[in-house]
Design a protein around this ligand. Structure first.
Ligand code: F6P
Length: 362
């Protein structure tokens, strides 16, 4: 018989479709299997050191969560208890380590353990707290699918579905107007969303961070297509892509807005193509549309498996471990390794297959 516990759950970093399914599965497993209480910490780690009142989570509270995007707990995407900005009376900002306040807060909530769902940044904070004695287990999350210690993450398939739908829609209008359509998608330094949506949506060129591109190769592809009688083309550009001998582009570089954020390469590619080819070029930046909305069933399924498994890690007192998918099975890996990145192999089978279909990578 496992003793009664009170466990907390928080969601950190950018949201991903499926986070609510994690929360739901954790609550139901904690209640049904172990008879534990669960509380939700609001706004990621901010909820601990900003002393936000937690919310009670029970079967009733999580009833309708499966189709809901985002996270009912809120997710702070910047700031860390180890580097917390405090504004001085003269207006200047100093950074302080308030991690002890976060730990004290966990104690004052009567928490026996905490489940933290987040990406590499959130896991590295959680890992530092574990080293200070906190009892934390992790659930990996990102739409970018770039976490090396798990086969995949929930949210990714939903993002790919949204990007593929966008390409399907762009195809019809591209065809009507004989245009070249450029679609910029997210993914940070990994080209997974671009690659999978590009192949699934019939793109002619896919530009990813792992393969710096030559715009002339893309122009040649567009001209070849036109010679076959097709007068439109679809180009997918990952936000982290860059031209050979060029730099990645950031559309935000401001501490108040969360620091640096990739973006803008879609318009740059549009401009470069427009300067070199006769066809009209239009650019669409998909942005946060691919992070919002309902998770597709496969993401609900993976998120549910992760949420349930995280509760079992708590029962086994596997502090500092994170659930992960390995060979389609649930495993536990050290949180400290969450930041290991997984990028597209330029020489790998997937890129090779896409090239054989006629897709160019620039
Ligand atoms: O990591 C997820 C992600 O959506 C990236 O693909 C993107 O670069 C970034 O987050 C955007 O962050 P924000 O929501 O802070 O603009």
């Amino acid at each position: 018989m496992v003793a009664h516990k009170r466990i907390g759950i928080l969601t950190g970093g950018g949201d991903a479709p499926g986070l609510n399914a994690v929360i739901r599965a954790a609550v139901l497993t904690a209640e049904h299997v172990y008879g534990w209480e669960v509380i939700g910490i609001l706004e990621g780690f901010d909820g601990l050191y900003h002393r936000l009142p937690p919310v009670e989570l029970n079967e009733r509270a999580v009833r309708d969560l499966l189709p809901r995007g985002g996270t009912i707990l809120g997710a702070a995407n910047r700031g860390s208890p180890f580097h917390h900005p405090r504004t001085q009376t003269d207006g200047s900002v100093v950074y302080e380590d308030v991690s002890h306040e976060a730990l004290e807060r966990m104690q004052s909530f009567g928490l026996d353990a905490l489940i933290v769902a987040g990406g590499d940044g959130t896991m590295s904070i959680a890992w530092k707290l574990v080293q200070m004695g906190a009892r934390i287990v992790g659930v990996p999350k990102t739409i970018d699918n770039d976490l090396g210690r798990t086969e995949t993450t929930f949210g990714f398939e939903t993002a790919v579905t949204t990007a593929t739908e966008a390409l399907d829609r762009l195809q019809t209008t591209a065809e009507s107007h004989h245009r070249v359509m450029v679609l910029e998608v997210m993914g940070r330094d990994a080209g997974w969303i671009a690659l999978q949506s590009g192949v699934s949506g019939g793109a002619d060129a896919i530009l990813i961070p792992e393969i710096p591109f030559d715009i002339d190769t893309v122009c040649q592809k567009i001209e070849q297509i036109q010679l076959t009688g097709r007068r439109y083309s679809l180009i997918v550009v990952a936000e982290g892509a860059r031209p050979r001998n060029g730099e990645q582009r950031y559309h935000i570089n401001d501490q108040k807005q969360g620091g640096k954020r990739l973006g803008g390469i879609g318009h740059q590619v549009g401009q470069m193509l427009g300067d070199k080819i006769d066809s009209e070029v239009r650019v669409t930046v998909l942005g946060h549309v691919q992070r919002g909305g309902q998770p597709i069933p496969s993401d609900r399924w993976l998120a549910t498996r992760f949420g349930a498994q995280a509760v079992h890690l708590v029962a086994n007192e596997q502090w500092g471990m994170m659930v992960a998918l390995e060979s389609s099975r649930m495993v536990a890996v050290p949180m400290s390794e969450a930041a290991t990145t997984k990028t597209v192999d330029p020489q790998g089978e997937m890129v090779q297959m896409a090239r054989e279909l006629g897709i160019v990578f620039g």
